[in-house]
Design a protein around this ligand. Sequence first.
Ligand code: HEC
Ligand code: HEC
Ligand code: HEC
Ligand code: HEC
Ligand code: HEC
Ligand code: HEC
Ligand code: HEC
Ligand code: HEC
Ligand code: HEC
Length: 429
Amino acid sequence: MQGRRLATFVMAALFGAVGALFLGQGSARAAGNAVSQLDEQCLGCHSAEGFEKDLANGEKLSLHVDGAAFAKSVHSKIGCAVCHGSISLENHPPSKTKISSIRDYSLAMTKVCSSCHGDVVKLYEGSIHASLVREGKFGPVCTDCHSPHAVMAKAAYDAASGTPCSKCHDPIFKAYADSVHGQAGLSCSNCHRAHDVSAAAKGDQLKNACLECHQDALTAHQTWLPNAAQHFDAVSCPACHSPTAKRKVDLRLYDNAAQQRVAEKAGVPQFENRARLADVKGTGLDAMALRSLLQGFNREGVDNQVTLRGRLEVTTGAEAHRLARSTAAIRDCAKCHQHGADAFQSVTVSIVGPDGRPVRYGANPDVLNSVISVDSVSGFYAIGGTRIKLLDWLLALAVLGGIGGPLGHMTVRWLFKRYAKRISGKEDS
Ligand code: HEC
Ligand code: HEC
Ligand code: HEC
Ligand code: HEC
Ligand code: HEC
Ligand code: HEC
Ligand code: HEC
Ligand code: HEC
Ligand code: HEC
């Protein structure tokens, strides 16, 4: 089968006219973009539809290259031979390359990009996608996002179709398409960037991206939301702006000395093991278990160096992208600051995993109310939502009194501050 195909193509190359025929309807010449003579010869064989090669592992590597698309691409001037340096008409075919799988071929070939786009490669190397590849997992390389023979200029990436991200993140793209940003024609890379894509839970990069475009957001929230900056830290933007989403609390292990989230040390995954050991009943960490888990992490260093920082967020990636017009956003304080509020019924504890994505372990919602875990959960008392009854009352008062006016805020803030001091005073002793 393959032998016959090979023979056909050798013939084609010999008879240049036949080669030109293979360029077919959308011929590179017809498109008005010339490709070099040499490239025409390569395309004489490779523009044939259905031209493929059987690999030893059973896969079929397509050898078809769309000549017209190539002619229109940014690389038409470079020519085939620059990227395929080892191939020349004198020595080819047959192939001298050993190709064990389509993926391995991609991984090897994608290295050619770095000879001309070193700056982009450097950005990419720092991404979550590149760390997945380094770990031997599946993640996109250059040619997964840029079809190697049809690379278009930056401006051609189409927000409406989600290309190239939707290919692998389709559920998120579908949720995103109807959102305020999808409708406004923003692309995924407006928030995530194209090459140095980080894990979503890493640092404040995403929040900062929002605030770079919405520079007045903090001021606008301050007009009605007391401690707006604190809310921005402890509540993810989608938790209020994706109104139909389910919410939950993530308690993040935080290193107070290093001032950053605790990350799993390379090669020694301890978090899940320790969590499983602490979770004797297997029903999720309770307050005692949480405390012993933290003690485990603190034993390695200074006491109380590692604590927990709570953050209210949405439960799925798709929900994080279903941002609605702000008239639909959650404004009702009681959605969170009320005893037994929904958002506090689902709790996870997390650490930063080896590739930057969080590793999570389920916890019992009671940990938020428990005296035992209070020290560890310092700094996260979503008032009312958790254990502070007096604040329920203060809040009710504030809401009844109308917190729209500046005086209202100041009173609320003052009351809360005093109360917060009292609590921390108590806990210190
Ligand atoms: C006479 C037809 C013909 C011409 C002309 C031709 N190729 Fe090929 N090409 C083939 C065949 C057949 C294979 C599969 C070879 C095999 O499996 O031994 C192939 C395989 C390839 C592969 C797959 C990877 C590999 O090394 O096997 C690349 C890349 C390639 N050709 C690039 C080129 C380039 C670049 C040119 C122009 C310089 C070119 N080809 C000219 C027929 C041709
Ligand atoms: C900008 C660099 C670049 C140029 C220019 C280029 N190629 Fe490729 N080519 C690649 C890369 C990278 C791959 C590996 C494909 C992958 O990762 O899927 C590849 C793969 C191939 C393959 C194997 C089948 C496949 O599609 O994976 C063939 C055949 C091929 N190229 C032929 C050509 C021909 C013919 C030309 C000129 C018309 C050309 N290439 C121009 C980078 C290039
Ligand atoms: C996850 C998908 C993805 C991967 C992987 C990717 N790119 Fe891109 N790239 C894009 C998108 C999308 C754009 C369009 C510009 C934008 O949105 O910022 C782009 C733009 C570019 C540009 C032009 C604009 C610029 O930023 O300079 C170059 C050059 C480029 N990519 C090269 C590469 C190379 C080389 C690699 C491999 C190291 C690579 N890309 C990997 C998605 C990707
Ligand atoms: C031999 C050098 C060379 C190699 C190898 C190469 N490129 Fe390019 N690339 C260029 C040139 C030249 C341009 C056109 C720059 C321009 O028009 O400003 C370009 C443009 C691009 C663009 C569009 C840039 C923009 O600003 O819109 C992308 C995306 C891109 N290349 C991706 C890749 C990818 C992916 C690979 C590897 C498969 C690759 N390139 C390999 C030289 C190269
Ligand atoms: C308006 C800014 C914005 C845009 C545009 C955007 N995202 Fe996101 N994305 C976010 C935020 C914010 C989060 C994290 C939410 C959180 O902190 O819980 C996120 C999280 C993610 C995650 C991780 C989800 C998880 O399971 O944790 C992926 C994957 C992702 N985005 C892909 C995409 C893709 C693909 C697109 C384009 C279709 C896109 N994003 C467009 C802001 C954006
Ligand atoms: C070829 C497949 C592929 C493409 C294309 C792709 N990704 Fe990914 N991406 C992955 C895989 C696999 C993961 C790791 C598993 C996961 O989180 O979904 C990942 C992870 C992510 C994450 C981190 C998720 C987290 O949990 O924190 C973000 C953010 C992301 N991608 C955004 C993008 C954006 C933006 C684009 C387009 C510029 C894109 N991806 C294109 C495969 C892809
Ligand atoms: C506690 C819930 C809550 C949180 C957290 C929150 N928002 Fe809002 N946001 C709202 C509500 C409610 C409105 C509508 C206010 C109004 O109409 O007066 C709004 C309005 C907005 C608006 C439109 C008004 C404007 O001009 O600024 C933007 C943009 C916005 N928010 C962005 C953000 C960003 C970015 C974040 C995260 C850094 C965030 N929001 C966090 C509830 C919240
Ligand atoms: C690249 C700029 C950009 C980034 C980054 C961005 N936005 Fe937007 N945002 C816009 C644009 C443009 C609109 C649409 C404005 C319109 O249609 O009125 C918008 C609309 C909104 C609205 C609706 C406002 C209203 O008046 O109803 C909210 C809420 C919002 N964004 C929140 C966010 C959040 C949260 C993030 C980060 C996860 C974010 N934005 C990131 C540009 C951006
Ligand atoms: C989406 C849930 C949510 C909504 C809606 C919400 N909050 Fe909060 N609020 C929180 C969380 C979580 C914290 C952070 C608690 C912490 O870090 O200790 C917080 C903190 C506060 C604080 C600071 C308490 C302190 O410890 O200093 C005040 C005051 C407050 N909220 C009042 C309000 C008021 C008034 C409203 C309505 C206008 C409101 N919140 C709406 C979740 C919410």
